[in-house]
Write a protein that binds this ligand. Structure first.
Ligand code: ADP
Length: 199
């Protein structure tokens, strides 16, 4: 299956992406993770992306789309993938649709994780990740940057919900509850998109 996970920062996309991709037997591809790996690896791409990421802005579409196309061309993504954090603009969504169409493919399902903004701010300001054995706050999880990322989401990414609804691919999922509850809702939604049954 070819699936996109949509939702604001702090909705739990990364956590759900890993679990759902495991269930589907496809790679979870996170543009945020690929950018962060490039930033720590001090690559050219990382240096370009860091400026935008630290400000809580989107990395320009040309950079992001080229990176995703390369990743989707790898053999493990041939028969399916779960995209986490891409597309994030209408232009990215159109370019994704076009490059899949070139291969005779299309997305099967877009899962939107829905969480209200108060809850997002609470989650993001308390969020820590493990780096070299230590729990640290992501640079872009500082309160100022969090507010800006939510604004960027509202303005640039939230319109994708309507875009995919028009395409008849959208499933909205209440993402408040335990990780297991949200996973169960997501898998049920994927069944509705034609997920092949196990076995
Ligand atoms: P979150 O969903 O918590 O905001 P991500 O890890 O998905 O975090 O993304 C972190 C940052 O990486 C974003 O704020 C943005 O700067 C950059 N980024 C990730 N995906 C994209 C994308 N598809 N387009 C542009 N920038 C992106």
């Amino acid at each position: 299956m070819r699936v996109v996970l949509l939702g604001p920062p702090g909705a739990g996309k990364g956590t759900q992406a890993q679990i759902i991709a495991g269930e589907l037997g496809v790679p979870a591809i996170s543009t945020g993770d690929i950018f962060r790996a490039n930033v720590s690896g001090k690559t050219e791409l990382g240096q370009q992306a860091k400026v935008y990421m630290d400000a809580g802005d989107l990395v320009p579409d040309e950079i992001t789309v080229a990176m995703v196309k390369d990743r989707l061309a790898e053999p493990d993504a041939k028969s399916g993938f779960l995209l986490d954090g891409f597309p994030r603009t209408i232009s990215q969504a159109e370019q994704l649709r076009a490059s899949l169409a070139d291969l005779g493919d299309r997305l099967d399902c877009v899962l939107e994780l829905v969480v209200d903004e108060d809850e997002l701010v609470r989650r993001l300001s308390g969020r820590r990740m493990l780096v070299d054995g230590q729990m640290v706050q992501r640079d872009d999880d500082k309160p100022e940057t969090v507010r800006h990322r939510l604004k960027v989401y509202r303005e640039q990414t939230a319109p994708l919900s309507g875009f995919y609804e028009t395409e008849g691919m959208l499933a909205r999922i209440d993402a408040i509850g335990s990780v297991e509850e949200v996973t169960a809702r997501a898998l049920a939604a994927l069944d509705g998109c034609g997920r092949p049954s196990a076995g």
